[in-house]
Design a protein around this ligand. Structure first.
Ligand code: 9D3
Length: 238
């Protein structure tokens, strides 16, 4: 799969993808990451990418023209396996179901916004979809694009983290919707500063371990994410 990012801060992506799963997937040729500098598609002497908002107000808005020109150079042909996604606080929420859906594509172009926003004609006339990674304010779309790339890349065949996916979703996650949160994990030493790891996990009784883990996952989900537990229950009932 090929991931393209269009940004005014191309250097931003050196750090996050030099290490870890995405770097290894790229080294193994499973994915390709191409970072494109939006300023390469400006035509004026100052390489202008932004301008003042019509109607007045704070801040600057990314201009449509360089973004359209860049997208048309990166994707000379469009098609169902090639998608353009605008990262923006106004987008639909990116979740694991969206990650799975995007992992079936051949090529993805992520547009990272900056300043106060992006000319709306990019969302309306260029992008196939608009995605947010959550209800908090970032200073730009770059971190959000990196999040999407990481979440999608690790789902691809042959990329580390993919092999154990069946196991990871064993508490009812998967295509039908979100599952429970992971159960608590412990490792050596069994006693740490007087706090014992649960005895059952040291017992070697696999059936009891399995039961404890399901109970602990339900308890933790109820405490941390009650809305997820309700969704899980209504699905498990059926
Ligand atoms: C919602 C705040 N906006 C009105 C005051 C201004 C604004 C702030 C920050 C507009 C854009 C941004 C930059 N954020 C993104 O580009 C962004 C983002 C985010 O801030 N949160 C979650 N997901 C995303 S995806 C892109």
């Amino acid at each position: 799969m090929v991931f393209h990012v269009l940004t005014i801060f191309p250097d931003f992506f050196r750090g996050p993808f030099e290490h870890g799963v995405v770097a290894r997937a790229a080294a193994a040729g499973k994915i390709r990451l191409e970072v494109h500098d939006l300023r390469n598609w400006t035509t004026d002497r100052h390489r202008t990418v932004d301008d003042r908002p019509f109607g007045g107000g704070e801040g600057m808005v990314l201009k449509a023209e360089p973004i359209f020109r860049a997208a048309e150079a990166i994707f000379p042909e469009r098609g169902p396996a090639r998608r353009i996604i605008l990262m923006s606080p106004q987008g639909r929420l990116f979740d694991q179901a969206a990650a799975r859906r995007l992992s079936r594509l051949d090529e993805l172009l992520l547009l990272a916004g900056r300043y106060e926003g992006v000319d709306e004609r990019v969302a309306e006339r260029l992008a196939d979809e608009e995605l947010s990674i959550g209800d908090y304010v970032l200073s730009g779309g770059e971190l959000a694009a990196a999040v999407v790339i990481d979440a999608v890349a690790r789902l691809l065949d042959g990329v580390l983290g993919n092999q154990d996916s069946a196991l990871r979703e064993s508490f009812g996650g998967g295509a039908e919707g979100p599952g429970l949160l992971d159960c608590p994990q412990y490792t050596r030493p069994a006693g740490f500063r007087g706090w014992q790891a649960p005895e059952v996990l040291l017992s070697g009784n696999h059936e009891e371990v399995r039961r404890w883990r399901l109970e602990a996952a339900i308890e933790k989900t109820a405490r941390m994410r009650p809305e997820l537990l309700e969704k899980w229950k209504s699905r498990v009932e059926r």
